[in-house]
Design a protein around this ligand. Structure first.
Ligand SMILES: *[C@@H]1O[C@H](CO)[C@@H](O)[C@H](O)[C@H]1NC(C)=O
Ligand SMILES: *[C@@H]1O[C@H](CO)[C@@H](O)[C@H](O)[C@H]1NC(C)=O
Ligand SMILES: *[C@@H]1O[C@H](CO)[C@@H](O)[C@H](O)[C@H]1NC(C)=O
Ligand SMILES: *[C@@H]1O[C@H](CO)[C@@H](O)[C@H](O)[C@H]1NC(C)=O
Ligand SMILES: *[C@@H]1O[C@H](CO)[C@@H](O)[C@H](O)[C@H]1NC(C)=O
Length: 219
C-alpha cells in the first residue's frame, strides 16, 4: 500500500516537472519575442501549469500541443527552447515582425504537424534539421528574408501536403520530390522553377476545400 502511495506521488511530481519544463520553455519564448507588458500577461513563471495560459492548448496529459500567436506585433526572436516542447503539434506565429534565425532546435519537435512562420522578418538559412519532422504536413515560411538553399532533407518528409517558401531570398535547386507535394509555392525567390525550368513555381491546385460547382459537371 505504501509503495503504491509513493508511486502515485512520484507520478504526480513527474507530471509537474514535465509541465514545469514546458512552462519554462514558453516563458523563455515570451521573453525572447519581446512581448510588451500588456501581452501574454497570464504567461506567468510562478504558475506551474502552462495549460491555463492564453493561446496555449494542452492534451489530457497536460502536454502542450498547440501554440498560436498570430499578428501580435512581436519584434523579438524565436527561443531555441521551443525545441523543448516535445509534444507540440502546431506552432503558428504568422504576421509578426520576428527577427533572427529559425532555431535548429525546432527539428526536435517530432510530433509537429504544422509550422507556420509566414510574414515575419526571419533571416538566415532554413535549418536542415527540419527534415527530422517526419509528421509535418504544413510548412509555411513564405514572406520572410530567408536565404541560402532549400535543404535536401525537406524532401524526406513524406507527410507534407503543403509547402510554402514564397517571397524569400532563397536560391539554387529545389529537391525534385517537393514538386510532388499536393500544394507548393516557391515563387518570389531565385530557385530552379518557373518559365525556364521543368516545374512551375507554384502548384495549380485551384480548389481549397470545396470543388467549384462546374468541376462536378465537367471534371
Ligand atoms: C526588445 O526589447 C528591448 C527592451 O525594450 C529592446 O532593447 C530590444 O531592442 C528589443 N529587441 C528587439 C529585437 O526588438
Ligand atoms: C535538439 O536539437 C539540437 C540541434 O538540432 C541538438 O543539438 C540537441 O541535442 C537536441 N536536443 C534533444 C533533447 O533532442
Ligand atoms: C540574398 O541572398 C544572397 C545570396 O545568398 C546574398 O548575397 C544577399 O545578401 C541576400 N540579400 C538579402 C537582401 O538578404
Ligand atoms: C540566382 O542564383 C544563381 C545560382 O543558382 C546565381 O548564379 C545568380 O547570381 C542568382 N541571381 C540573383 C539575382 O541573385
Ligand atoms: C504564392 O505565394 C505568394 C506569397 O504568399 C502569393 O502572393 C501567391 O498568390 C501564391 N501563388 C499561388 C499560385 O498560390
Amino acid at each position: 500500500m505504501e509503495l503504491i502511495g509513493i508511486i502515485i506521488t512520484l507520478a504526480f511530481l513527474l507530471s509537474f516537472a514535465a509541465s514545469d519544463r514546458q512552462g519554462d520553455a514558453l516563458y523563455d519564448m515570451k521573453l525572447k519575442l519581446n512581448a510588451t507588458g500588456t501581452q501574454l500577461t497570464d504567461w506567468n513563471q510562478n504558475q506551474v501549469n502552462p495549460c491555463t495560459w492564453n493561446s496555449v492548448i494542452c492534451d489530457s496529459n497536460n502536454n502542450v500541443v498547440q501554440v498560436t500567436l498570430a499578428s501580435m506585433g512581436f519584434t523579438g526572436v524565436l527561443s531555441p527552447r521551443i525545441g523543448d516542447l516535445e509534444h507540440l503539434n502546431v506552432l503558428s506565429l504568422p504576421g509578426n515582425k520576428i527577427t533572427g534565425t529559425i532555431p535548429e532546435q525546432l527539428g526536435n519537435l517530432s510530433s509537429l504537424t504544422s509550422l507556420d512562420l509566414e510574414e515575419n522578418l526571419l533571416v538566415g538559412e532554413i535549418p536542415a534539421s527540419l527534415g527530422h519532422l517526419s509528421k509535418l504536413q504544413l510548412l509555411i515560411l513564405s514572406q520572410n528574408r530567408l536565404s541560402g538553399t532549400v535543404p535536401d532533407t525537406l524532401a524526406t518528409i513524406s507527410s507534407l501536403t503543403d509547402i510554402r517558401l514564397a517571397y524569400n531570398n532563397l536560391s539554387g535547386p529545389i529537391p525534385a520530390q517537393l514538386f510532388q507535394v499536393a500544394r507548393y509555392n516557391f515563387s518570389g525567390n531565385n530557385l530552379t522553377c518557373g518559365a525556364n525550368f521543368a516545374h512551375p513555381c507554384a502548384s495549380s491546385s485551384p480548389y481549397q476545400g470545396n470543388r467549384p460547382y462546374f468541376l462536378l459537371f465537367f471534371p
